[in-house]
Design a protein around this ligand. Structure first.
Ligand code: FDP
Length: 332
């Protein structure tokens, strides 16, 4: 039986191992609160909005505070950026790592007792000895030294990559430790399952409509095969399913809200999930280029996302190319 601490001691540098253990400690507190549910007084709205203009749930705020407090006490952490905070939070000038996180992904699932999770990304801090600033966080996803998620489902699990494959751990409530259950998670290049919020169909670009039309036509269309659709409304759960049994996940460019290039956040959701998916053998794109090659312009940037089974992801990108679509949704 390999625990998370054992694994990190032999697979990660001490600063990274320490930061990952800190994240795990915070996740266990969040998991405990979730398992108490309404009895812990965590349901309902917090009464505020985040920088994205989204209504914050009580647990968004609680999870954010828990992660923030534990991370800023870790001497290796130079700064933290959270989906729920307008600005970065400073930790230790001598730290060597920066952490970004979505404390509670899938917030709309909290009050209905469905799956939610915490997504994190760890970046190198290149100016150790100086106080970190937002610019230090604006690194491409390809610079991540680690990324992962804690999923609070019927059981609590952890999946992460340190850049050499993907590993998965399951939380053992008896010993209060994460235990390794898969040391080489891989996903298939092909699939017969997709995840998308199809109610946005009328706002999509032509190539995305065409792609979904093909899948919906199933064995009566050019695909000659039936597809199944699943949508949990928590990226973490949809991506976890893809890691477990394959599939393709999409939150594409849409014209629903002018000026918003997709719904998902590059630094808190798209980059960490892309790192995991690529390390498991899949692919990830904004439908035009590789997500992890995007240089962020600000910490709360949004991006269209298509990730999972390599063949499907490449096919979607090819359709966009064929239609001459650029990353901002305009035509060439
Ligand atoms: P949420 O805002 O509820 O935290 O982060 C965005 C996200 O969840 C994703 O996890 C999820 O895939 C998506 O929003 C769901 O969006 P829709 O409600 O538009 O389906």
């Amino acid at each position: 039986m390999t625990t998370l601490s054992d694994y990190l001691a032999t697979h990660a540098a001490p600063n990274l191992a320490s930061t990952m253990n800190t994240l795990a400690t915070a996740s266990i507190s969040i998991s405990h609160l979730l398992s108490k549910g309404a009895l812990a007084g965590i349901h309902g709205e917090a009464g505020g909005q985040n920088i994205q203009g989204e209504t914050q749930k009580k647990l968004d705020v609680i999870a954010n505070d828990l992660l923030l407090n534990t991370l800023t006490h870790n001497p290796h952490c130079a700064g933290v950026a959270s989906e729920e905070l307008d600005e970065i939070s400073l930790a230790h000038d001598d730290g060597t790592l920066l952490v970004t996180f979505d404390p509670l992904d899938g917030s709309s699932n909290i009050d209905i007792n469905m799956t939610v999770g915490t997504i994190f990304s760890i970046l190198p801090y290149h100016n150790s000895g100086q106080t970190a600033c937002e610019q230090d966080f604006l690194q491409k996803g390809s610079q991540q030294v680690a990324a992962g998620y804690f999923i609070y489902g019927t059981s609590t699990m952890l999946a992460f990559t340190l850049g050499a494959g993907v590993v998965m751990f399951s939380f053992d409530p008896t010993t209060q430790t994460y235990v390794l259950i898969n040391d080489d998670v891989k996903i298939s290049d092909t699939t017969a399952e997709y995840a998308i919020n199809a109610s946005n169909y009328r706002y999509w670009l032509t190539p995305m409509k065409r792609y979904i039309d093909e899948l919906v036509a199933g064995d009566m269309g050019i695909r000659n095969k039936d597809y199944n659709m699943r949508w949990v409304a928590a990226m973490i759960a949809d991506v976890h399913r893809i890691l477990m049994r394959g599939g393709v996940f999409m939150y594409p460019f849409d014209t629903k809200i002018e000026g918003k290039a997709g719904k998902l956040r590059l630094m808190y959701e798209a980059n960490p999930m892309s790192f995991i998916i690529e390390q498991a053998g899949g692919a990830s794109t904004d439908a035009v280029g590789r997500i992890m090659d995007i240089t962020p312009t600000h910490i709360h940037q949004r991006v269209p996302v298509v990730l999972g089974a390599r063949q499907e992801v490449e096919y979607v990108a090819d359709l966009h190319k064929e239609h001459g679509i650029l990353a901002d949704g305009t035509a060439v």
